[in-house]
Design a protein around this ligand. Structure first.
Ligand code: FES
Length: 145
């Protein structure tokens, strides 16, 4: 089992990509973990169903910051459908793996993307996605652990 942070995680923690806010964002996703208290905000700009810009602000642990940074890299320039396929496992894998106790941090990144797209769709079409609450996400993690 991987217990240490990979070099990639350390790099993204030390110099995260796409940090900040987009004041006129087309969609905003906010997600928090009720246990550790970490919070992630993600902002997206969308043109013709493509994510043209994305930024994040995360108040959380090193893994939460590294996974936010990697997730933003992975969805920039992608279509909404492609971005919705991004899983927390894929984010963790792109970072060279995460310690097991830090896998929940990658769930925040996956869900922040999903909620930002949900917010965009609600604003645009009045109909969003099926999104889970912070509590439901945490219950799923507890079952998987
Ligand atoms: Fe909770 Fe990392 S410890 S998001």
């Amino acid at each position: 089992m991987n217990q240490a942070y990979s070099t990639k995680v350390m790099e993204h923690f030390a110099s995260p990509h796409n940090v900040g806010e987009i004041p006129d964002a087309d969609g905003v996703g906010k997600v928090g973990n009720p246990v550790c208290g970490d919070i992630m905000n993600m902002y997206i700009k969308v043109e013709n169903d493509v994510i043209t810009d994305v930024k994040f602000k995360t108040f959380g642990c090193g893994a939460a910051i590294a996974t936010s940074s990697m997730a933003t890299d992975l969805i920039k320039g992608k279509t909404l459908d492609e971005a919705l396929k991004l899983t927390n496992d894929a984010v963790a894998e792109a970072l060279g793996g995460l310690p097991k106790v830090k896998m929940h941090c990658s769930v925040l990144a996956e869900q922040a993307v999903r909620r930002a797209i949900d917010d965009y769709l609600k604003r645009k079409t009045g109909k969003g996605l099926d999104v889970k609450s912070d509590e439901e996400l945490h219950e799923e993690e507890a079952v998987e652990a």
